[in-house]
Ligand binder design. Sequence first.
Ligand code: T46
Length: 140
Amino acid sequence: MNLENFYLIELPEIEDGIDGTISVAEGSHHIPFEIKRVYYIYGLENANAIRGKHAHKHLEQVIFCIHGSFLLGVDDGIHRKEMLMNRRNQGVYLGTGLWHTMTQFSKECVLLVLASDYYDESDYIRDYSEFKRYILNKTA
Ligand code: T46
């Protein structure tokens, strides 16, 4: 897997003793792009819940699990990797052209995603065979 396209990002944790902790993510600083969109995902109590199952052509994202845990699967068309996401200050940078799937959500799991661009359905590849062809064409 191309490590420029998939790596961990650790945010600082500013501890305020009995008053809790702040983690901060600044665009173009901790996050390797200007943040144009923020979204969060919750309501993942169903044991069969699956999210993702697609790749993006241009969008870059950093995904955090800010409560609970889930399993992140990433596939670059050749190699596959799975990562347990369970640390509130640790995100994963997901570059372009990576098939990604999120499963095994714990109860009350909450994902926070920082994205490099606005929502655009034409940026999605939602069919796995099409994804494989896209990767082959790109590397040819
Ligand atoms: C990823 C995971 C964590 C919008 O209208 N605006 C948005 O910004 C988003 C993200 C989604 N939507 C609509 C489009 C679809 O009708 O919400 C529906 C589900 O969207 P999507 O298939 O993108 O949802 P997920 O949770 O499977 O995937 C998203 C990201 O696309 C994906 O890259 O990492 O969240």
